[in-house]
Design a protein around this ligand. Structure first.
Ligand SMILES: [Zn+2]
Length: 161
């Protein structure tokens, strides 16, 4: 750092210009870094969505099953191979009357227009169904989906596996 106390007016103006340029450079760098971080978030989110998609394709949405392949080996897909008659799903009735079914193992969700919805609604489960009233506002499954597409998840499922 230059010793400002020993500079004349011209040198001070020069130093001020240099510092302003440095600040601008650092601000540009920070903005670029934010953009890069954001890119990672998008990529991570896409990867996570693919993982859930793969999981949903494997999962039979049932409770129970074995966690170990043998005495020493955990089955990495244990969650997909439920053997119970009961399903690991929760059913939630939206204030608008639509139902949403969610598998607690693969996190798959069925809304009224999701393929497999009618079957999912019939899955037997001993999990307790829930319903919600949100300030008396009617929330349809379509609205819920639009909110979720914007990253807003108004539902919380707190039942265990
Ligand atoms: Zn599932």
């Amino acid at each position: 750092m230059a010793d400002l106390s020993k500079m004349n007016a011209g040198e001070l103006r020069e130093e001020a210009t240099r510092l302003e340029a440095e600040v601008e450079r650092l601000e540009r760098e920070a903005a670029r870094r934010d953009f890069t971080v954001h890119e990672h978030v998008e990529a991570d989110l896409a990867a996570l969505q693919q993982i859930y998609k793969d999981r949903a394709a494997k999962c039979n949405h049932r409770k129970g099953g074995r966690i170990k392949l043998d005495e020493n080996t955990l089955d990495p897909d244990w969650w997909a191979k439920g053997t119970d008659a009961m399903y690991a799903v929760v059913k939630h009735r939206l204030p608008g009357g639509d139902w949403i079914v969610k598998c607690l193992r693969c996190m798959c969700e069925w809304l009224h227009d999701t393929p497999g919805y009618a079957e999912a609604l019939k899955y037997p489960t001993d999990n307790v169904s829930s319903s919600g009233v949100l300030f008396g506002v009617q929330i349809t499954a379509d609205t819920l989906r639009r909110l979720k597409e914007r990253g807003i998840d108004i539902l919380k499922f707190e039942k265990g596996l």
